[in-house]
Design a protein around this ligand. Structure first.
Ligand code: B12
Length: 318
């Protein structure tokens, strides 16, 4: 995380009492917010000053501190801009209206990059699939690639395959190329040299691994240190791996809903790993689960990135 800067308070300062009330809440530095939202410091300050887009807290020294809700709001503002709105139009909207606008079809239509990739997958042209996906990955970076290309592509491929409109060979080709490309993104960036490792895997019995791999890859962009262990890892092996790599958190991806069994496995998992190590559960099947105390459901990739960024601030558990 970047160090907080020393700045003078401006008119958007939150009163000291309110800052004190929120003192228990985790907050983010200006640099961390820029990384989490992709905004430059210059743009973020301008949005605050000119449009009151968010009102950060201030430390007694006047340094900005942003709450989780501020980060979410800034991410939604970015999405609204991507959907073709101007900042002046959306900056003062309440959160509900902003979410609605951000979800609207882009007014400035961007050509979907998926059609040529799907055609190459259908023709089993692996070189072309790799070339097209590689170009998107280089242009977008891991996190935006996963959100904008990798995940939607895989869901589309999966649906077509499931509906019998795409061969098993095509699905396997697409999955294997994506796995290779994403796997190469997991090398730890130099900026994350002090980041505590987060162990990504799926629980025993869960063989869907690509969503979890994608989730792991997105954390590279917030200087996380993901370590991916593939799928279907027994509880005792998770516990051993946590100790070996010094993981600060275990992130489990759950895809298909086999509720009762999995809830029991999660209880075992929570008991097997040290209490200081966080246990996060995400993926499309996670909403159907009863989680044990000391485990947290991660709703989406934005929340995952925030959690990983917070871990980096706190450092590795002793
Ligand atoms: C490919 C696939 C398989 C492959 C998996 C290959 C692999 N190595 O991963 C194989 C053939 C093994 C398989 C097996 C089965 N599958 Co299947 N499979 C799929 C398919 C087509 C794609 C899954 C996928 O990769 N999605 C793309 C990823 C990117 O999406 P995602 O997982 O949602 O991940 C995103 C988010 O959820 C999030 N996320 C994911 N993990 C995590 C973790 C954290 C911590 C966080 C924060 C976020 C996060 O980030 C990702 C990126 O946005 C889906 C249908 C579909 N269209 O999705 C069915 C599907 C998931 N499968 C299904 C089923 C039923 C099965 C089987 C039971 C079939 C059978 N009868 O054998 C078995 C179960 C095997 C097992 N024990 O796990 C059902 C699940 C239904 C349900 N809700 O329970 C689905 C939905 C198909 C369907 N419509 O019926 N499957």
């Amino acid at each position: 995380m970047s160090e907080p800067t020393n700045e003078q308070p401006d008119e958007s300062e939150i009163p000291a009492g309110e800052a004190a009330a929120a003192a228990e809440e985790p907050t983010y530095s200006l640099g961390a917010v820029c990384r989490l939202t992709g905004l430059s410091e210059h743009v973020l300050r301008a949005w605050e000053r000119r449009y009151g887009a968010v009102r950060p807290l201030r430390t007694p020294g006047g340094t900005r501190r942003y709450r989780e809700a501020d980060v979410t709001r800034l991410q939604r503002l970015r999405s609204a801009l991507a959907a073709g709105h101007s900042i002046g139009e959306v900056a003062r909207l309440d959160d509900a209206e902003l979410t609605r606008r951000a979800a609207l079809t882009p007014r400035k239509a961007t050509p979907p990059p998926l059609a040529p990739i799907l055609a190459a997958i259908e023709q089993l042209d692996g070189d072309e699939v790799e070339r097209l996906l590689g170009a998107q990955l280089s242009a977008l970076g891991p996190s935006r690639f996963v959100r904008g290309v990798g995940a939607p592509l895989l869901v589309e491929v999966g649906d077509r395959w499931h509906a019998g409109r795409l061969s098993i060979a095509s699905e396997h080709l697409a999955s294997s190329i994506l796995r290779n490309l994403l796997g190469a993104c997991l090398r730890r960036p130099a900026a994350a040299v002090h980041a505590p490792p987060v162990l990504f895997t799926t629980p025993p019995g869960e063989r869907h691994e690509l969503g979890t791999l994608m989730a792991a890859v997105t954390t590279v962009d917030v200087c996380g240190h993901p370590v991916f262990f593939g799928s279907d890892l027994p509880v005792s092996d998770v516990a051993e791996a946590v100790a070996s790599i010094g993981a600060a958190a275990v992130a489990l991806g759950v895809c298909h809903r086999n509720g009762a069994d999995l809830s029991a496995i999660l209880v075992q998992m929570r008991t097997a790993i040290p209490g200081a190590v966080e246990l996060w559960i995400g993926g499309p099947g996670s909403d159907a689960l009863t989680l044990p105390a000391g485990a947290a459901r991660i709703a989406d990739l934005d929340e995952l990135e925030r959690k990983v960024a917070l871990l980096a601030v706190r450092g590795t558990p002793g």
